[in-house]
Design a protein around this ligand. Structure first.
Ligand code: G6Q
Length: 534
């Protein structure tokens, strides 16, 4: 066991934070949200500013959180991860026992890389990708009629879908003319039917993305889409590319137009900056823009090595999250992007965070006696304001919120109505919400009383671009890893997901061996026990 992997409650700062949490900073007190406070509690890293004066912290609690971050050796563990220590393991028990090197795929800009071998492998795949894209751009690769491909269907699920889809939607305004990406993930046949319905398959590439090459949904959907190509008289071999792990059942160059590798040491939910995101993103926004995205992520990976939490934005976000989760005892966290382009980003973070930190045992296999990851949820503002914000303002459950906003829109197509542009209205709404949640509003009418002290913070940048998207992604990936280090849990395995995959396959075996015997529900009821115990 690595001696720095200690439970959070073993650190001296833990008890002190518990005491400090008995009287957290009162955001509703008169003058509490002073300009001085708002100016003091800001942290700028790369293009993002974190405004956190609306959290229930003060100098004492921040110093204690710094103590907890230091005692947990958060930055040392982060560096170990980047260098290639096997951070994905549970000591003394059968576990994945792997390195965690998603950062290596973007460690291309600051020499020397933290892990030479992994960065070298990433470069090789990037070079292959660049050649493939150049072949597409210059019409060296076309369909059988010599026409260029302008659609790409990405088939994948979970980590092989959520992050790449979220980032594609976020950067769609940067997409090349006539290049569109479509996604099929669900085993529900309507998912593929809806995508295939209006597409000209002859101008369509299909990227099948599966690290294991064994995922039921992905393999089934691959077959389904293949049939559609055959039915249209098209040879799938001229349209299908694969992104998969080396030696997986899908790692078969003969079956695909091109094959790209993702590596064992990259977990699905951290794979946006590998070929999993790389292929479809660079198809859409171009290789140059994709590199800018990687550059943004790398900038944050570098900045996250700073030990001072007041200067390390991802670490600060992580420690504020721990303050809210473990010391103020809030169960959920809402992430509220004021950007329509980030419409699926919260779904990605939900997976990245909850699959990583939804754990109950430590890295030595023992039960932890404190909470780990909160429930993550959210929707873009201002839409959410007309929906669940009622609960945020007046509900009995206090939900900390992380707002994300940009000063400028992506398309720049805006109109001044009543002296303000839509973008100004958007940002004004965001800031107004944070003040209202934090300071509340007193009224003699209980129905119109807002208790306040609902902690929140704002991540603010100029514009959502490939660079800032890369930064934003890495801020959250690193935040999640830092929290896992403090909680002493393994943020990089997903036994809960594996269980579901195994049970579904067993049940399907049972159903397949007794064809026509009974409807699926009855088979499930009859066989629940067998499924569990075979
Ligand atoms: C992510 C998880 C999980 C995984 C999917 C798809 O970290 O492991 O969401 O990405 O189950 O797995 P494959 O890429 O192997 O098809």
């Amino acid at each position: 066991m690595n001696s720095i992997f200690k439970n959070m409650d073993q650190h001296p700062a833990y008890g002190k934070l518990q005491k400090a949490a008995l009287a957290p900073f009162d955001l509703t007190a008169s003058g509490a949200l002073s300009l001085k406070r708002l100016a003091l509690y800001r942290c700028q890293v790369a293009s993002f500013k974190l405004l956190y004066g609306t959290q229930r912290i003060d100098e004492q609690s921040l110093d204690l959180l710094q103590g907890l971050a230091d005692q947990s050796a958060t930055v040392a563990q982060f560096k170990m991860m980047k260098k290639g220590e096997a951070m994905n393991r549970i000591t003394g028990f059968a576990s994945e026992n792997r390195q965690v090197l998603h950062t290596a795929g973007r460690d291309l800009f600051s020499a020397p890389p933290h892990n030479h071998e992994a960065t070298k492998q990433a470069r090789q795949e990037l070079d292959k990708l660049q050649t493939f894209l150049a072949d597409l751009d210059s019409n060296r690769i076309t369909n059988h009629l010599g026409e260029p491909f302008n659609n790409l269907i990405s088939i994948g699920i979970g980590g092989s879908d959520l992050g790449p889809r979220a980032v594609y939607l976020a950067l769609k305004s940067f997409a090349k003319e006539n290049r569109q990406v479509h996604f099929i993930s669900n085993i529900d046949p309507d998912d593929s039917a809806a995508v295939l319905k209006d597409l000209d398959l002859s101008r369509t590439l299909v990227s099948v993305v599966s690290k294991s090459g064994t995922t039921l949904e992905t393999l089934t959907n691959e077959e389904l889409v293949k049939q559609a190509f055959l039915k249209a008289g098209l040879d799938p071999k001229n349209h299908f590319v694969a992104v998969t792990g080396a030696n997986s059942p899908m790692d078969d160059q003969d079956k695909y137009l091109r094959s790209f590798l993702m590596f064992d040491y990259i977990c699905g939910r951290y794979s946006v900056s590998s070929m999993v995101g790389g292929l479809l993103l660079s198809f859409a926004i171009g290789f140059k823009n994709y590199k800018k995205f990687l550059e943004g992520a790398n900038r944050i990976d570098d900045a996250a090595e700073e030990k001072d939490i007041r200067k390390n934005l991802p670490l600060l976000l992580a420690m504020l999250g721990i303050w809210n989760r473990n010391f103020l005892n809030y169960d959920t966290l809402t992430i509220l992007p004021y950007s329509q382009a980030l419409v699926r980003f919260v779904a990605h973070l939900q997976q990245c965070d909850m699959e990583s930190n939804g754990k109950s045992i430590n890295r030595q296999g023992g039960q932890i006696k404190y909470h780990s990851g909160p429930v993550i949820w959210g929707e873009p503002g201002t839409n959410g304001q007309h929906s669940f914000y009622q609960l945020l303002h007046q509900g009995t459950t206090i939900v900390p919120s992380e707002f994300i906003g940009f000063r400028q829109s992506q398309y720049g197509k805006d109109l001044v109505v009543d002296q303000t542009s839509s973008q100004e209205k958007l940002v004004a709404n965001l800031l107004a919400q944070t003040i209202a949640l934090a300071s509340g509003e007193k009224s003699a009418n209980p129905n119109r009383n807002f208790s306040g002290n609902r902690p929140c913070s704002v991540l603010l940048a100029d514009q959502l671009t490939p660079e800032t998207m890369g930064e934003l992604l890495a801020i959250y990936e690193n935040k999640i890893a830092f929290q896992g280090f403090v909680w002493n849990i393994n943020s990089f395995d997903q036994e809960g997901v594996q269980l579901g995959k195994t049970l579904a396959n067993r049940l399907l075996d049972i159903i397949a061996n007794k064809p026509g015997e009974s409807p699926i529900e009855q088979a499930l009821l009859k066989n629940a026990d067998i499924v569990k115990h075979t």
